[in-house]
Design a protein around this ligand. Structure first.
Ligand code: KG4
Ligand code: ZN
Length: 341
C-alpha cells in the first residue's frame, strides 16, 4: 500500500509517504523561527504558514519517495487534537487531494500516532509491529503529558494526564523566566550542562500521588518565587546552570518515577516514550537507568519521530487500514479536542 500522510496540528508542516510499513519520505517544515519572537505558537501565524508551505512540502515528500500522485492508494491526515485552524489546513488539503484522485481518505488521532511512534525504527524507518509488546507509554510535548497503558496493538487506555501545565510547557515557561529563547526546553537543557541538579530543591508535584496524573504549574510558580527572592542569580552563570539543572532534574524525576511505577503496577515489561520532551538527554538517560534497575525494556521514539511528523500519522493510518479498524470518510471534520480514551 502507498499512502500519503499530512500533519499540521501545531507548528510543524509535515507530509510523508508510507509504503508497506516503511516511511519512504517524511518532510517536516518547522515554524520555530516564526514563533520565536512571540515566545510561543501564534495560531493565526501557524495557520498562514501551513497554508503557504503545505504544497511544496507535499511535492517534496512525493519527489523524495519517487511517487506519482496517481500511484497512491490512500490519503491520511491528523484530525485532532490540535489548533483548529491549523488542523483544518492539513485535513482539507488531504481531503481535496483524495477527492480529486478518487482515493479513500482517513483521519487519525495525533496522540495515538505518538503512542506507536516508538515502534518506527531503522534505516529506512520501518514500523516493527512484529516486535510489539504491551507497554506503558509516556507522551510528553509542549501541550500534553499523557501516561497510557497500551495493552495490545491498537488497544490502549489512558492512565493519567497533566491536570494543569504540560511538562514541555514547564520547560518553556521556566526558560522564558530566565531569558532563554523559545522553545525553552532545548535551551534550558543546554544551559543545564555542568550544573548541579541537587543545588536547589524544587517541588516534585504529585510524584507520590496515588493517581497517574501529573501537575507542573506548582513547580513553575516555585521557580518564579525563587527568581524573585534571588535576583542575583541572573548575574551568575554557574548559578543559572545549577538552577536549570535543578529544574530539569525535578521534571525528569516526576516523569520517570510515575512512568516506572505504572509499568510495575500493571506488570508490563516495557516502557515507551515520545513527544518533543523525549529529545531531552537527561530524561532519556534517567529512563534508561530506571528501566534497567527495574528489568524493563525501554523504547524511546527516534528523534525524527519524537517531535510532530507525518511519518507517524501515516504508519498508524496504514496499520489501522490493514486491520480494518479505520473507516474512510471524506466528510470527516477536524476534532481539535479529540482526546484518547
Ligand atoms: O512534540 P513537540 O515538538 O510539539 C508539541 O508540543 O506538540 O514538543 C515541543 C516541546 C516544547 O515544549 C519543547 O520545549 C520541548 O518539547 N522540548 C524539550 C527538548 N526538546 C524539545 N524539552 C526539554 N528538553 C529538550 N531537549
Ligand atoms: Zn505531538
Amino acid at each position: 500500500m502507498r499512502l500519503l500522510a499530512f500533519e499540521t496540528s501545531c507548528d510543524e508542516t509535515s507530509v510523508a509517504v508510507i509504503r508497506d510499513g516503511v516511511v519512504v519520505s517524511n518532510v517536516v517544515s518547522s515554524q520555530i523561527k516564526l514563533h520565536e519572537v512571540y515566545g510561543g505558537v501564534v495560531p493565526e501565524l501557524a495557520t498562514r504558514e501551513h497554508l503557504q508551505n503545505l504544497p511544496s512540502v507535499a511535492l517534496e515528500a512525493l519527489r523524495q519517495s519517487g511517487t506519482k500522485p496517481d500511484e497512491l492508494d490512500a490519503i491520511a491526515a491528523t484530525q485532532g487534537p490540535g489548533l483548529p485552524s491549523a488542523l483544518m489546513i492539513g485535513l482539507q488539503t488531504a481531503q481535496a487531494m483524495a477527492f480529486s484522485l478518487q482515493k479513500p481518505f482517513y483521519g487519525v488521532n495525533h496522540h495515538e500516532a505518538h503512542l506507536y511512534s516508538p515502534w518506527i525504527t531503522g534505516v529506512p524507518a520501518r514500523a516493527c509491529f512484529d516486535t510489539f509488546e504491551p507497554s506503558v507509554s509516556l507522551i510528553v510535548s509542549g501541550g500534553h503529558t499523557l501516561l497510557v497503558h497500551v495493552k495490545s496493538e491498537l488497544d490502549h487506555r489512558v492512565l493519567g494526564a497533566t491536570v494543569d501545565d504540560a511538562a514541555g510547557e514547564c520547560f518553556d515557561k521556566t526558560a522564558k523566566m530566565i531569558g532563554l529563547p523559545y522553545p525553552g526546553g532545548p535551551a534550558l537543557e543546554q544551559l543545564a550542562i555542568g550544573g548541579n541538579p541537587a543545588a536547589y530543591m524544587f517541588p516534585r508535584p504529585m510524584m507520590h500521588d496515588a493517581s497517574d496524573d501529573f501537575s507542573f504549574s506548582g513547580l513553575k510558580t516555585s521557580v518564579r518565587y525563587f527568581l524573585r527572592d534571588n535576583p542575583s542569580i541572573f548575574s551568575s552563570s554557574s548559578g543559572l546552570r545549577d538552577l536549570c539543572a535543578s529544574v530539569q532534574s525535578a521534571i525528569v524525576e516526576v516523569l520517570v518515577t510515575k512512568t516506572v511505577r505504572a509499568a510495575r503496577r500493571l506488570r508490563v515489561g516495557c516502557i515507551t516514550a515520545s513527544g518533543g520532551v523525549t529529545c531531552n538527554r537527561s530524561l532519556r538517560k534517567e529512563m534508561e537507568i530506571h528501566c534497567l534497575k527495574n528489568g524493563l525494556k525501554l523504547r524511546i521514539a527516534e528523534p525524527a519521530f519524537c517531535t510532530d511528523n507525518a511519518g507517524m500519522i501515516g504508519i498508524l493510518a496504514e496499520r489501522k487500514i490493514l486491520k480494518r479498524v479505520l473507516s474512510t470518510g471524506l466528510a470527516n471534520e477536524i476534532n481539535p479536542s479529540w482526546s484518547l480514551d
